[in-house]
Write a protein that binds this ligand. Structure first.
Ligand code: KE4
Length: 430
């Protein structure tokens, strides 16, 4: 299998675009090798510019739950484009998608659309601060919420819960209000509340997908809810990735824990740039122009993007059992890979939530980022490269999550398991 064209394309791209990519994870930095340049997607498949075909388990990092070039989404986009690309004025398409998004979530009375998950989270945090008149926020190590300054934070020194910037260019003053806690560890959250009486919100991925797939324990989320309620702090569920991927009606439906705000993205745009945040009426009423908390965007609610999202969510609404079908297929995949690995003496931890799947080459269960970081990164990199050669496109970082789409067939799943056995066997036998 030649990837010469991708190698050449990557060389040129690196002269024009930092790292040759427009989002860092795409550069294959943590797995090595050259990122493949995609020519097209069709159903469950990607085809690269060398003509190699792959079963796609990344699906644009989540949005494409119906696979590439879904007929109804494509038709909706083509129809919308015929009426214009953007107006910067209200359209019925925004109202229709708002109605549809709200219909899936008990926690959402009103929703605001933006153009990315980062924008949704950044805006939701500003709204939480404006609503509570407090400045501090709590996030969890290993959760990713987009690249806004206050969230690019790594653990501070020693017992300090206040975080330090995790990226140059983020002034300490922009992260001094961000406290860090450990995922699935309620005592670490209690310490944050002991260290600050000024916490506006706690933000969490209730089904974490950015440290690999690590769902929060149900009882942990219930304790978190109580802690926030007792302290007048808002609880934000960041479901940009898990929304319409882990469940259809949000983590709240799975756990019974109702957040105060939810952030969304990916699937709600059907593959087009859409983010959203929503919550209780009295909180959303604080948002400009209804309230004083400012937030805006030129392409927010873009009618073409709204049409794609509306087609995707309408399809989900009509086929609500689809998540159960995808979950069974995801379980077949990870259980099959785990079985083949075990036969070779290789221990894999696996998990599934709806159409999301994760695996770690790790001898112990993974409950937080520290556990995930003990996984065998070298084994993961070799597995990723081997599977790519076999025609299977997995996420290029062990801290990511895999996805099953409705276009991923049982035969593809079985072929993937067979390929995994072959690749792991080759790694084992060196
Ligand atoms: P975007 O700004 O990338 O649309 O969304 C940021 C974001 C917010 N919250 C959660 C839970 C997310 O997973 C994301 C983005 N997810 C990553 C995948 N791990 C996007 C891929 C990338 O960064 O290129």
């Amino acid at each position: 299998m030649s990837t010469d064209a991708s190698v050449k394309a990557f060389e040129e791209a690196q002269n024009l675009i930092p790292g040759g990519v427009n989002s860092p994870v795409r550069a294959f930095s943590s797995v090595g090798g050259t990122p493949i340049f995609i020519a097209e997607g069709e159903g469950a498949y990607l085809t690269d510019i060398d003509g190699n075909k792959y079963v796609d388990f990344v699906q644009s990092w989540g949005p494409l739950i119906f696979g590439h070039r879904d007929e109804s989404i494509e038709a909706a986009v083509i129809e919308a484009v015929k009426h214009g690309l953007s107006f910067g004025a209200p359209t019925l398409a925004e109202t229709e998608l708002a109605k549809l998004v709200i219909s899936f979530f008990d926690s959402i009375d009103k929703v605001r659309f933006v153009s990315s998950g980062t924008e949704a989270v950044m805006s939701a945090i500003r709204l939480a601060r404006g609503f509570t008149h407090r400045d501090d926020i709590v996030k969890f190590t290993g959760c990713y919420h987009g690249h806004s300054d206050a969230l690019l934070v790594e653990a501070g020194s020693g017992a300090a819960t206040f975080g330090n910037p995790s990226s140059p260019g983020v002034p300490y003053d922009f992260t001094k209000h961000t406290l860090l806690a450990e995922y699935n560890n309620i005592e670490s959250v209690k310490k944050c509340f002991a260290d600050s009486k000024d916490i506006a919100c706690v933000i969490i991925e209730p089904i974490a997908g950015n440290m690999g797939l690590v769902p929060a324990d149900k009882e942990f989320l219930h304790e978190l809810r109580k802690l926030c309620s007792d302290n007048g702090t808002l609880l934000i569920f960041d479901e940009v990735m898990s929304g319409f991927r882990g469940t259809i009606n949000g983590a709240e439906a799975l756990t019974g824990v109702i957040p105060d705000l939810v952030t969304l993205g990916k699937v709600i745009g059907g593959g087009m740039p859409v983010g959203a945040f929503g919550g209780r009426r009295e909180i959303m009423a604080q948002l400009s122009p209804e309230g004083p908390v400012y937030q805006a965007g030129t392409l927010s609610g873009n009618p073409v993007a709204m049409a794609a999202g509306f087609a995707a969510l309408t399809k989900l609404k009509k086929n609500s059992i689809v998540m159960a079908v995808l979950e069974e297929r995801a379980k077949t995949l990870v259980n099959g890979m785990q079985r083949e690995a075990a036969a070779l003496g290789i221990i894999m931890q696996v998990d599934v939530r709806g159409s999301m799947f994760g695996f770690f080459f790790n001898e112990n269960p993974v409950k937080n980022f520290a556990d995930a970081a003990k996984s065998d990164a070298d084994m993961f990199a070799q597995f990723h490269a081997g599977m790519l050669k076999e025609g299977f496109y997995f996420a290029c970082s062990l801290y990511e999550t895999g996805f099953i789409s409705t276009a991923t067939t049982d035969v593809m799943i079985e072929d993937t398991i067979k390929a995994a056995a072959k690749v792991l066997g080759a790694i084992k036998n060196g």
